[in-house]
Ligand binder design. Structure first.
Ligand code: ZN
Ligand code: ZN
Length: 175
């Protein structure tokens, strides 16, 4: 690596947090190697295939600025990914800073019945969450099941419920 490239990289790291994090949210770490985030695709009509394809994928904090250069920190536990213009996809912190006591249980390898009943043969639970034909009450039941068995954290469950509501409202607006 050329020395000028190296200096530039160091400068970018030093400037990093100041550039991306609003002053009032400075303090906790967002982009550290221990910070873990999960991508929640918006599922809105303007969503691009790239966003849909990484729905619920996990990222380490130190990958974020490289992968999502236009990101915006919203609060301690939420980042707008801004993958494309008007992108409403978010990154949710795994290991909520405000609720550090959240139990970290290992989810069962085989899907429990409460979840499996909504997952069509040959699909994953992530794909089942994308199934727009699933009635709302069943969708909520699926999300609650994923949370209670430890597949997702509370913050992600809340965001998934909010997403469903947003998508429904978006449809009613006639697009
Ligand atoms: Zn996108
Ligand atoms: Zn997006």
């Amino acid at each position: 690596m050329q020395i000028s490239t190296l200096i530039q990289a160091v400068r970018q790291i030093q400037a990093g947090d100041k550039r991306w994090v609003p002053a009032e949210l400075l303090g906790p770490s967002y982009f550290g190697a221990e910070d873990q985030w999960q991508f929640i695709a918006s599922n809105m009509s303007n969503m691009c295939p790239d966003c849909g394809s990484i729905d619920l994928d996990y990222y380490w904090g130190n990958e974020l600025r490289g992968l999502f250069p236009y990101l915006d920190v919203v609060d301690l536990n939420t980042i707008y990914a801004h993958v494309h213009p008007n992108c409403r996809c978010v990154l949710a912190r795994i290991g909520n800073v405000q609720e550090p006591d959240e139990p970290q249980q290992e989810p069962p390898k085989e899907l429990p019945m409460q979840i499996a009943q909504y997952v069509p043969e040959g699909q994953t639970w992530k794909q089942a969450l994308q199934n727009e034909n699933l009635p709302e009450t069943e969708y909520i039941d699926l999300v609650d099941g994923l949370y209670s068995f430890g597949y997702i954290v509370a913050a992600v469950a809340n965001l998934l419920k909010k997403r469903r509501k947003n998508v429904e409202e978006n449809k009613q607006d006639g697009n």
